[in-house]
Each structure stands twice: as C-alpha cells, then as structure tokens.
Design a protein around this ligand. Structure first.
Ligand code: THU
Length: 131
C-alpha cells in the first residue's frame, strides 16, 4: 500500500513544481524508483513548437537511464486533477521498454492516490521480444 507520506509521492509532487508548461498550463511531475531505492524525478517540458514537448514520465526515465540506473520498481505521477492523471500512450511504451510491468502510482496535490500495474494500462505491448 502507498501512503501519502511515501517519499516517492512527495518527490513527484515536488518535481511538478519545476514543470515548464506555459502553453497548456498543465503541470506534471514524476518520480521513478530504481532497484537500489534511488528516486529519479522529471517534469513536463513544453516547447513553442508543441510537438517537441516531453512528458514528465519520459524525462524521469531518460534521466535515470542516462545516469546508469536500471531495474525500476515503481513510478509516481503527479498532476492537479481530481480524476487522477494516467501516463499517455507514448509514455506507457517507454515505461514498458525500461521497466516492464512496473507499479504506477497516480497522485494529486490533495493526497488522492491510486496504484495500478502497467500491464493493465498497456496490455499486449509491442516490445523487443517480437524482433
Ligand atoms: N503530460 C505529461 O507530462 N504526462 C502525462 O502523463 C500526460 C501529459 C504533459 C504533456 C504536456 O506538457 C501537458 O501535460 C498537456 O498534455
């Protein structure tokens, strides 16, 4: 079970404060925990060309991988919505590539949380096993 005092939730909420989202005003934070228990954070980073925008989840994963982290246990995703915000389709594909059937914890600033499994969000994934 995840409680609101869990550091991964606070890390995702804190990362959200760094979001660069002047176009959508939709700020997202993410924190991913590696096998060593280390947390890696990310926020969404938008661009005037829109299409170059990066989601918080991908920033967190790519930062972690670029620093040599591997083997991930869970990711927390923070956004200010009452219906908790799930990862977009592109992020589900990236999470599957690096994390497999990871635990996905959604959280909002009022402490509402929901824990899901990536496989339930992203069934019958395409991955390297087909190549
Ligand atoms: N966004 C994320 O960072 N993660 C999600 O899971 C959903 C969407 C961002 C991308 C864009 O900057 C803004 O939210 C609106 O789509």
């Amino acid at each position: 079970m995840t409680t609101i005092s869990d550091p991964i939730l606070n890390a995702a909420l804190a990362a959200r404060e760094h979001a660069h989202a002047p176009y959508s005003n939709f700020c997202v934070g993410a924190a991913i925990e590696d096998d060593a228990g280390r947390l890696h954070t990310g926020c969404n980073i938008e661009n005037a060309t829109y299409g170059l925008t990066l989601c918080a989840e991908r920033v967190a994963v790519f930062k972690a991988v670029s620093e040599g982290a591997h083997g991930f246990r869970r990711i927390a995703i923070a956004a200010d919505t009452d219906t908790l915000t799930p990862p977009c389709g592109a992020c589900r594909q990236i999470l599957w590539e690096f994390c497999g059937d990871i635990q996905v914890i959604l959280v909002n600033p009022r402490g509402k949380t929901e824990t899901l499994k990536l496989k339930d969000l992203f069934p019958r994934a395409f991955d390297g096993s087909f190549l």
